[in-house]
Structures are given as structure tokens and as C-alpha cells.
Design a protein around this ligand. Structure first.
Ligand code: 1WB
Ligand code: MN
Length: 344
């Protein structure tokens, strides 16, 4: 019996957002995202490729290469999300409009092939109240499966109360927010700006790991106890540091350097977070994460097209998992967290 495979961090793009990103990459912003964004959307000769896949072509595509590869390697579904940095480099009005526009497109794709695609809705944190309304529309009307957020917005993080209307909406809708990386905020960027460290090699993990720890340490989950956050890349290293983060947070709380919270960091990470394997095809890291966080908290992902499909499938097919673990990681957890209908 073959196990259903739902890949949960699969990137996609539309030409309208690509055009704005090209403009942003030429604009005055100090964002470290300009390096990679310019390399994809504003590159002479067509931008970066890997393993024969040009990223921009792969991002814009559903039919030509993505679906045939899914068929070839046995990937049942992609949970699609508008690729990093989403709409978060734009002004509030542009971002709000483009998020809704992209969500309509994404819902069309999911409606056409409900057995192959599900989708995470975008929203514009630049305008939190309008974001909350779009989040309601995305779940209730468009029937999308959760939300994508590309970490900081104008160098600010979700512990900031200005963003709480979006967190309140996600919690009320019982819809998970996937915090995907973008380049580190301007305030973090100094030593991360060289040697390719701005992006997936290192900076992305530092950025999202920092975001997750800020949320837990600030007590956001006391205010929103049922809020679910998903982070990729085998938990952006937080699971590996969890013992020390937890110990040092309790020390910091005792010393008055960190706010008193109702639960510990170890509890928040297990109760309010799930992680995906995106881009980390390492069976030891997978084993550790399942044992440490619980098998119900680990979901398989590829990170297509930035990482190729075939090795990600091979990795999970060969990973030493029990049958129950395999079903949970490959599809059961994704069905539960992202409300994807089980296979008929
Ligand atoms: C990702 C990877 C996103 C890269 C990107 O957005 C770039 C990702 C600009 O892992 O989702 C990259 O170049 O590796
Ligand atoms: Mn990704």
C-alpha cells in the first residue's frame, strides 16, 4: 500500500506579485531580501536555477513541470503558498490588494484539482484589521487551508500587539499560520549580509527561529492559547535548542528579564507549534524531532522548487519510521492541521 504524500511548504508565484517584487528589488528599501529577490525577479539571463529548474519558471508553473513531477515521484498533493517574501515588502494598500488577488488565484487552482492542491492564504500584516477580514474571507469563502506569513513585516514581529487582530482571526478560524522565512530584518542583518548567509543557508533560520522565540517568550500564547504556528526546516533549529531555551527562559523570568508566562517555552513549542521537514533531508534530524516534539507535530515538506522533488521523496520513503509514524508525517498531520480531506 502506498502512503499518501502531502507536501506542505511548496512555493508558487503569480506574475502580478513577481512584477512588484522586481520593482521592490530596485527600490530604496534596506531589506536584505533585495539580494535574493533581485536574483530571481530582476536578473539578466533569467535568474537562479538548480538541478535544471529555473526558480522563477518553477514558481509560476502548475501544469508544465510541477504536476508531471508530482506524478512521476508519487507526490499526491502540494500545499501551495505564495513564495517569500510574499506581499510583505510592499506598501499597505498594494500588499492588501495583492494578497486578496493571489488568494483568489490560489483558490481557483485548489478548486480545479482538489485532489492535488491545497493552499495557504496570504494576508498583509501592514494593515492588520484589513488582514483579519481577508483571513476570514480566505477560510470561510475561498476554503483555503491556513495562512502563510513570511516572518517579519517592516522589521516587526508578531509579538507586537499591532499584529494581534491577525492572530485573533487565525485563532478564531482555527487556522494555522505557517511562518515561512524571509531574509533577516534590517535590525538583525549586519553579519548575515555576506557569503550567501542572508538566505536559506543560515539567515532564514535565524530570522524565523528568532521570531518563534520572541512569540513564546513574550507570552503571546497566553493571550491566544489555541493559536497554531507551523515552522519549516525541521523547526528552524528551535527543537534542537529547546532544552536550553527553556532552561534559560525560566532563569530569565526568575531574574525579571523576561515576562512571566503561564506555560514554559517547552510547553508552548509542543502545544502551539508544528514543524515541517522542508529542505532538511536528514533522517537523524527527523528522528530527533519526532522523539522530542511528538510524531503528531512533524509534517513532511519538500520546499519545491527551491529544493528538488525526487530527493525529498526518497528521503521520506527511506526514513526509518514505523507505519503509524509514516502515516502521521506523510499525510495525517497535514490533514489535521490544514483541514485537508482524507483520501476517499
Ligand atoms: C526559499 C528559498 C525562498 C530560496 C526563496 O525566496 C528563496 C525557500 C526568495 O526556501 O522557500 C532560495 O533561494 O533558496
Ligand atoms: Mn520555502
Amino acid at each position: 500500500m502506498s502512503v499518501r504524500l502531502i507536501a506542505t511548504e511548496e512555493a508558487w508565484q503569480i506574475p502580478e506579485v513577481a512584477a512588484e517584487l522586481q520593482k521592490a528589488s530596485r527600490g530604496p528599501s534596506q531589506s536584505l531580501d533585495k539580494l535574493l529577490v533581485g536574483g530571481i525577479y530582476d536578473a539578466v539571463g533569467g535568474g537562479e536555477s538548480y538541478a535544471g529548474v529555473n526558480f522563477l519558471t518553477g514558481l509560476l508553473d502548475i501544469e508544465n513541470e510541477r504536476l508531471p513531477q508530482m506524478d512521476r515521484y508519487g507526490v499526491d498533493m502540494h500545499l501551495l503558498s505564495l513564495t517569500a517574501p510574499g506581499v510583505q515588502m510592499f506598501d499597505a494598500d498594494t500588499a492588501t490588494d495583492l494578497a486578496a488577488f493571489a488568494n483568489d488565484r490560489l483558490a481557483d487552482i485548489c478548486r480545479q484539482r482538489p485532489d492535488r492542491f491545497a493552499g495557504l492564504a496570504s494576508f498583509a500584516p501592514q494593515s492588520p484589521k484589513r488582514a483579519a477580514r481577508e483571513m476570514e474571507r480566505a477560510i470561510n469563502d475561498l476554503k483555503l487551508n491556513g495562512f502563510i506569513l513570511n516572518s517579519h513585516t517592516n522589521d516587526e514581529y508578531l509579538d507586537d500587539p499591532k499584529f494581534w487582530p491577525a492572530l485573533e482571526a487565525a485563532e478564531a478560524l482555527d487556522a494555522c499560520i505557517y511562518i515561512h522565512p524571509r531574509a533577516p530584518s534590517v535590525t538583525l542583518k549586519g553579519p548575515l549580509a555576506d557569503y550567501g548567509m542572508d538566505s536559506a543557508m543560515w539567515g532564514y533560520g535565524v530570522e524565523v527561529g528568532t521570531h518563534a522565540v520572541r512569540m513564546m517568550a513574550s507570552g503571546v500564547f497566553d493571550r491566544f492559547p489555541n493559536l497554531k504556528i507551523c515552522i519549516g526546516h525541521m523547526g528552524e533549529a528551535v527543537g534542537f535548542w529547546l532544552w536550553r531555551i527553556n532552561f534559560m527562559n525560566s532563569r530569565a523570568q526568575a531574574a525579571g528579564r523576561s515576562p512571566k508566562t503561564e506555560r514554559s517555552i517547552a510547553e508552548y513549542f509542543k502545544d502551539n507549534f508544528v514543524i515541517t521537514t522542508s529542505g532538511v533531508e536528514d533522517p537523524l534530524a527527523l528522528r530527533y524531532s519526532i522523539d522530542k516534539l511528538g510524531v503528531e507535530n512533524v509534517l513532511w515538506a519538500i520546499d519545491y522548487p527551491y529544493q528538488p522533488m525526487e530527493p525529498a521523496v526518497k528521503f521520506i520513503a527511506e526514513a526509518p519510521l514505523s507505519d503509524a509514524e509514516r502515516h502521521a508525517v506523510c499525510h495525517g498531520n497535514a490533514e489535521r492541521i490544514f483541514k485537508i480531506a482524507p483520501k476517499a
